[in-house]
Structures are given as C-alpha cells and as structure tokens.
Design a protein around this ligand. Structure first.
Ligand SMILES: Nc1ncnc2c1ncn2[C@@H]1O[C@H](COP(=O)(O)OP(=O)(O)O)[C@@H](O)[C@H]1O
Ligand SMILES: [Mg+2]
Length: 239
C-alpha cells in the first residue's frame, strides 16, 4: 500500500524529516509514537502532499507509484485520506463537501452522532471533540484506501473515543481476516490510548525527524510509559 523510502522533508527552509522509512502493507494498521515536535504530523502531511512540505530526497510510493510530485487532490483521488490533528474552520456546509463523495452520509453521521452538524459550516464553533468526530466523518465518507489519522483520540472523551474507534474499525474491516481487508492506516498517537480500541500491527517511534525503533505496539507503549523516550534512543544506539 505505502512505501516511504529515505524521505527527507522540509518546510519553510527547515529540515524536519531526516531519512524516514515506513512500509505499510494492505490491511495493516501502524501506529507512530513520538514526542511533540518530532515530525509525526509532518510525515502524514508529506504523504498526503500538503504544499508547504517539500520532499528533498527519497520516495513516497503508493500502490506501486511514486507520488512525490503529485498534487494533493490527485493523491486523494488515488485513495489517500487524512484526518488532521488540528482541523481548521471552513466556510462551507459539511453536507456540501460530503455530497460529492461516495460514502453513506446518513449512516456515518448517525454512528458518529454528527447528524445535527452536517448542516453547519465545517468545524465552526465545534468543540475539540466535535472537530475530531467531524474529521472521522469526512474520512469515513471519503472511504480512502489509506487512512492517515493524526491523533484521532486527543481531546476526545472516553465515550466518543469508543464511537470513533468503532467507525475506524468498520472502515478497516477489522471483522475480516487481514488478507481480505482492503484498507490500511497510519495512526499517530501521543498517548497510545487508541490501542485499547483499535488493534495495530506495528508501532514506530519517531524522534527528531527519524524513525528510531519499531516493534509490537503494546510492548513499545509499555516501554515508553515505563522509561520514556530516552530509552528508545538508547535502544536505537544499540544499548
Ligand atoms: N509548515 C511548517 N513550517 C515550519 N516548521 C514546521 C512546519 N510544520 C512543522 N514544523 C516544525 O517541524 C517540527 C515537527 O513538527 P510536527 O511534524 O508537527 O511534529 P509532531 O506532530 O511530532 O508534534 C516542529 O519543530 C515544527 O515546529
Ligand atoms: Mg503532530
């Protein structure tokens, strides 16, 4: 599904990612841990093709094609979707945006308890948790093959984490065997909370623009909780 090879990314003349590798197979879910400012959101932005993020070296291969020079809309058409960490307010009614997409608006708006929001401008006056549900609603209706989810659980209360996870699991066809699943996901999580609700295959730890370690999500989370990210960098140096 996705192969990021030795990606060097900069924004505003600042080197942010310094040779990132990430490979996500069809049907797989990967999580990315890492301290604030380590470059996690930048990685998702670069995969999606947000214009301020320039790839200066390396490749981003999606479904076998190098997409690094493709504009954001083309990547979206090819099947990449993103749910932002801090989604902006947009002067456009949510249902105006959603009616151009294929997914079932009624079903997902109901599941996400967003029915009364779809007649409103996107994210305008929404609370943090409502914005997160609004992002999940949009990506659910876009139905991309690769879901890029940037801290979907941050600022969301317990009950709503359950609700959004249920929709994400449904999109990822978690009820099917992995070989039958069509979609993949890369989920950034600061707290690891989401792992209580969504099963992930592999975790990566990003520090200072590099992925320094990977392993089973629960083990990686336990290590970070116990020893902090310092241990991850020590481990990466072979300690
Ligand atoms: N558009 C941008 N222009 C300049 N610097 C940026 C931009 N986006 C991110 N950065 C910087 O890159 C670093 C990584 O940011 P980010 O990817 O948001 O980290 P994370 O998501 O891991 O917290 C930070 O120091 C941030 O200030
Ligand atoms: Mg971030």
């Amino acid at each position: 599904m996705l192969k990021v090879r030795n990606a060097w990314i900069e924004a505003d003349g600042k080197k942010i990612l310094k040779g990132v590798n990430l490979e996500v197979g069809k049907g797989e879910v990967h999580v990315i841990f890492g301290p604030n400012g380590s470059g996690k959101s930048t990685l998702l932005a670069a995969i999606m093709g947000l214009p301020s993020y320039k790839i200066t070296d390396g490749e981003i291969i999606f479904k076998g094609r190098d997409i690094k020079n493709e504009p954001i809309w083309k990547r979206a058409k090819m099947g990449i979707g993103i749910a932002f960490q801090s989604p902006p307010e947009i002067n456009l009614k949510m249902n105006k945006l959603l009616e151009n997409l294929d997914g079932n608006i009624e079903k997902y708006a109901k599941e996400l308890r967003m029915e009364e929001y779809i007649d409103r401008d996107i994210n305008k006056g929404f609370s943090g948790g409502e914005r997160k549900r609004s992002e999940i609603l949009q990506i659910a209706i876009q139905q991309p093959d690769l879901l890029l989810l940037d801290e979907p659980e941050s600022g969301v209360d317990m009950e709503n984490i359950y609700i959004i996870s249920k929709v994400i699991n449904e999109l990822l066809e978690k009820n099917k065997r992995i070989v039958e699943r069509k979609r993949s996901a890369v989920i950034i999580t600061h707290t690891g909370y989401i792992l209580d609700f969504i099963d992930a295959n592999l975790a990566h730890v990003m520090m200072d623009g590099k992925i320094i370690c990977k392993g089973p999500p629960r083990d990686v989370l336990e290590t970070i909780k116990k020893y902090g990210y310092e241990k991850c960098s020590a481990c990466a140096e072979g300690d």
